[in-house]
Design a protein. Structure first.
Length: 79
């Protein structure tokens, strides 16, 4: 699950496109080619850290700060 936090008001007038997006229902965030957003490193770090041996941990959140007012995070359960 992705979460976006911005601490200042803004107008979001942008969109993300992925050339030749498969018809499997996946979102652009699931396709790293053509996705320059901060969601990519947040998910990549989550995937890399999810294998750490920490038996008491049940959930992991990775936050990437884009600048001093915006961040994105990726959270998920640990198996």
């Amino acid at each position: 699950m992705y979460e976006l936090t911005v601490t200042e008001p803004f107008v979001a007038q942008h969109y993300l496109t992925v050339p030749n997006l498969p018809a499997d229902g996946a979102t652009p965030n699931d396709h790293p080619d053509g996705n320059p957003s901060a969601e990519r490193p947040a998910r990549a770090l989550f995937d890399a850290l999810a294998d750490v041996d920490a038996p008491a941990a049940t959930e992991l959140t990775v936050a990437v700060h884009e600048d001093d007012v915006a961040r994105v995070s990726y959270s998920g359960a640990l198996e």
